[in-house]
Write a protein that binds this ligand. Structure first.
Ligand SMILES: Cc1cc2nc3c(=O)[nH]c(=O)nc-3n(C[C@H](O)[C@H](O)[C@H](O)COP(=O)(O)O)c2cc1C
Length: 211
């Protein structure tokens, strides 16, 4: 059986989203997936990044660890998992810029039928995690992806996360995702990988049909 290929493309400025992304990768790898972890790049200038302590430094450190996502990464993947901090109740412009850059491959039909799943982080409890993830569902639908929600299909979801995807409340970036939050994220990775592996043909089948 071919390994499912999963792109995890996220934006994170203070590391909450990065921690969720790493846990999703861990869960997906445990389900035998091949992973590309990618961080969307800044779209605001250095003057905006200098307005909050630690933003510029954290962004530079993460950019050392992860390449920027490309349209080829999305074409390569069987499943695309998108992560974003809540920005005024919706998706961060940095991740949206990556998504908008997928227009060309979308137009060629190269994303149609892949899986899509989402995760995110907000500062406050009712600060917009769910509206942000649901706004990304619109994007997944337009790209022609098959949306993979979490529902309440795992015990971890009774303690953290949402039915729409893994989430975290950072309380003004003073907290880091704990074991309950990370358990949901690991489950999300495992679930996406497991469903993807059911949808891709085995190597033998692919050779038969000339794929
Ligand atoms: C411009 C901007 C807008 C934001 N809007 C919201 C918001 O509407 N609700 C909220 O709870 N947090 C909001 N936040 C806070 C982030 O969503 C929060 O700090 C998040 O945990 C950051 O994730 P990260 O550590 O992955 O960067 C905003 C932050 C910025 C910079």
């Amino acid at each position: 059986m071919s390994k499912p290929k999963i792109l995890i493309a996220f934006y994170s400025r203070k590391g909450s989203g990065e921690a969720l992304a790493l846990a999703i990768a861990e869960g997906a790898r445990a389900a035998d997936a091949e992973i590309r972890l990618r961080r969307a790049r800044e779209v605001v200038g250095p003057e905006a990044m200098a307005l909050a302590p630690g933003w510029a430094e954290a962004a530079a450190a993460m950019n050392e660890r992860y390449p920027a996502p490309t349209p080829d990464d999305a074409v390569w993947a069987d499943a695309i998992v998108l992560g974003t901090p809540t920005r005024f109740g919706s998706v961060a412009s940095e991740l949206k810029a990556y998504i908008d850059g997928l227009g060309g491959v979308w137009f060629q039909g190269k994303l149609n039928g892949k899986l899509g799943s989402v995760f995110g982080s907000s500062s406050s409890k009712h600060g917009g995690n769910e509206s942000t993830l649901l706004s990304l569902y619109n994007v997944l639908a337009h790209l022609g992806l098959i949306i993979v929600p979490l529902g309440y299909s795992h015990p971890s979801l009774s303690k953290a996360g949402t039915p729409y995807g893994a989430t975290f409340v950072s309380q003004k970036d003073t907290q880091k995702p704990g074991e309950d939050d990370l358990a949901v994220a690991r489950y999300q990775g495992e679930r996406v990988a497991t469903i993807a592996s059911r949808m891709i043909p085995s190597t033998a089948e692919a050779e038969l049909v000339g794929a």
